[in-house]
Write a protein that binds this ligand. Sequence first.
Ligand code: SF4
Length: 316
Amino acid sequence: MTDNLIYGPVPSRRLGFSLGVDIVPYKTCSYNCIYCQIGPTPETTIERKPYISAEKILSQLYKRLKENIYPDFITLGGSGEPTLNSEISDIIKGIKTYTDVPVAVLTNGSLLMNDDVRKDICGADVVLPSLDACDESSFLKINRPHSRLVFEETVYGLIEFRKVYQGEIWLEIFIAEGINSNESMIRKFKQWTDRIKPDKIHLNTAVRPTAESYVYTVPVEKLAYFCEILGKKAEVIAPFKKASKNEALNDIRKKILSMLDRRPCTLSDISSGLGCHHNEILKFVDPMLKDKHIELLYINGKMFYQKHGKIIPEKG
Ligand code: SF4
């Protein structure tokens, strides 16, 4: 893993060009979602502490902002659950005193039941929480939360947050075929979203490799129908279309292909091999998978990327 806490700007389907800031160590999270694109959580946690100090994060960020970059958002999140960092409020304040670039927080929302957490992220311009389950049983199945987290309490946190937060809330619902994709579940979601009152509801599905190989994509027509059920604020997250402002990043694609030419690699292998953040790498491997330049390979439950058409190595 790279020590660099800042990555991008990377194209984001929801935030345009987003400058990512990792404020917790890789996979420090209260959930172990079956769809997580950066892999499984070794051990879930709900302990808040200064995993990485505000001082260290801000000094790296200020340095990066002095370079010639034009992000649409500075986004806290990426490698885990950002509200676990107990200095998140200082981090947001530090960013706001330095730049006018709006601040977004990507959170799974699990800690918003805690009054302090709600206060700590009120300084952000946009908060993008997740709600992937409509009841306790789907919560356990999809998010595989820390043992002390209870579904209705997490939703309560979102409802309470709406009451105190003046900025925009863009709620994300991840739909996995056969898991939370039937109409009666979507109608249950609607009951919760009516109470949470987000500004937008974004429906997402598996467009990238996921932590578990049994997470399947929901067809876009079905997602569009679910949007009708959820009401006017709901939309399917559209593919990213804006042209890149940073041509130098195209080099990474070549480097990834050259690594995979030698052997299949995990996301972490590529990330550490190229000294790039795993989220940055994901932005490149997505289109390469779609164009069939590379493909996925699961060995002993671990996900690897390999060049398309390479011979699959024997297991074990
Ligand atoms: S909350 Fe986010 S980082 Fe944590 S396991 Fe789920 S998808 Fe991964």
